[in-house]
Design a protein around this ligand. Structure first.
Ligand SMILES: [Zn+2]
Length: 350
């Protein structure tokens, strides 16, 4: 087959895809930002886009998500492309009911984003899926962000070597998604609110000693501030203080040790209940990239790796991996979930 034949075949395949294929738009709803991708039936990303959001109220977010999804479809597939062959998957950093497409709770605190400090917001029981379906004309799936990352790992990551694994996502708070015997667990997993310090700090949820009372950029920044008495503008400043030669650096380092131990205890609980062969921890680079001088990350990672000490010996063979937060991974995972729940396309490893 010469080069021209190959090109003709590719064009024919592409035109058949456009005539018969299914597509998913995946959108990650972040604080004041949208990240979108277009995914084909084979699960691969073929287009991506990003939008700043000026406000975060649900009406505006529905409007902007619909616009971004429309643009991705129009640019890649043409404006007349039938909407019944495109589905929409969105993910948010809070608990959702995937059966009804309702965002149960989504919150952004005043101190969540350092210097910029956009206004805080709070969503309670927002029927996001139904509203997006009405606005976009596309069947819509709504999921929690950690579940979207788990869907990505199932299709294109650790799912290729493991049938049962957990994904832990550390951002402003902490979440987890689980795949058990090749099935993604649909139940909301409130990993961040597992109790790991019975006499610990009060968590934002009102309970005492949750993982999220010590981990996530929100809690870690607050704990380092409490321990050192220093004013800090977000997690990066807390990491810089721990890595510095300041007199308060040891107290800051202790906060990263306790954060790592919190995750280790949470992993131990997941191991005891589900017995995953692998755990993937997604977090910002500053928290998981160790090395000379990176005292915060080194201390955090060392403490996370103590998880076997908190669990039964039968679970101690579990492999722990870390991954940096990738720009489109959450959106990609949301699209994969939509392909499965809207069109029945299974999330089997690639
Ligand atoms: Zn809590």
């Amino acid at each position: 087959m010469n080069a021209n034949d190959a090109k003709v075949r590719q064009i024919l395949w592409r035109s058949r895809e456009l005539d018969n294929g299914f597509y998913a738009i995946g959108i990650e709803i972040l604080p004041y930002e949208l990240v979108g991708v277009l995914v084909e039936t084979d699960g691969m990303v073929t287009a991506r886009a990003r939008r700043h959001l000026a406000v975060m109220d649900p009406d505006e977010v529905v409007k902007r998500v619909t616009e971004l999804a429309g643009k991705l479809v129009t640019d890649a597939l043409g404006c007349g492309f039938p909407r019944n062959r495109v589905c929409l998957g969105v993910q948010v950093g809070g608990p959702v009911d995937p059966d009804t497409g309702t965002v149960l709770h989504l919150i952004n605190g005043r101190d969540d984003h350092g210097r910029n400090k956009p206004p805080p917001y709070e969503w309670v029981n927002v029927p996001l899926g139904a509203r997006l379906t009405a606005a976009s004309g596309c069947a819509t799936a709504v999921e929690n962000d950690a579940h979207a990352f788990a869907a990505y790992e199932q299709k294109l990551g650790v799912g290729q070597e493991s049938a049962t694994f957990a994904v832990i996502l550390i951002r402003d708070g902490v979440g987890a998604g689980l795949v058990v015997r090749r099935e993604r667990l649909h139940a909301p997993t409130e990993f961040g609110h597992l109790l790991v310090w019975p006499r610990g700090r009060i968590c934002d949820c009102g309970m005492r000693g949750c993982i999220e009372s010590q981990v996530g950029s929100r809690a870690l920044t607050a704990v380092v501030k409490e321990r050192t008495g220093r004013e800090l503008d977000g997690l990066e400043a807390a990491i810089a203080l721990a890595d510095s030669n300041a007199t308060q650096a040891p107290q800051a380092v202790a906060a990263f040790r306790k954060a790592g131990t919190s995750i280790a205890r949470g992993i131990a609980t997941v191991l005891t209940v589900f017995g995953p062969s692998h755990v993937i921890v997604y977090a910002t680079e500053g928290l998981i990239t160790g090395g000379p001088g990176h005292r915060a990350a080194n201390t955090f990672l060392r403490a996370v790796h103590t998880f076997p000490a908190h669990t039964l010996h039968t679970s101690r063979g579990c492999q722990l991996r870390t991954q940096r937060l990738d720009a489109v991974r959450g959106a990609h995972g949301a699209a994969l979930i939509a392909l499965q729940s809207c069109f029945g396309i299974r999330l089997q490893p690639h």
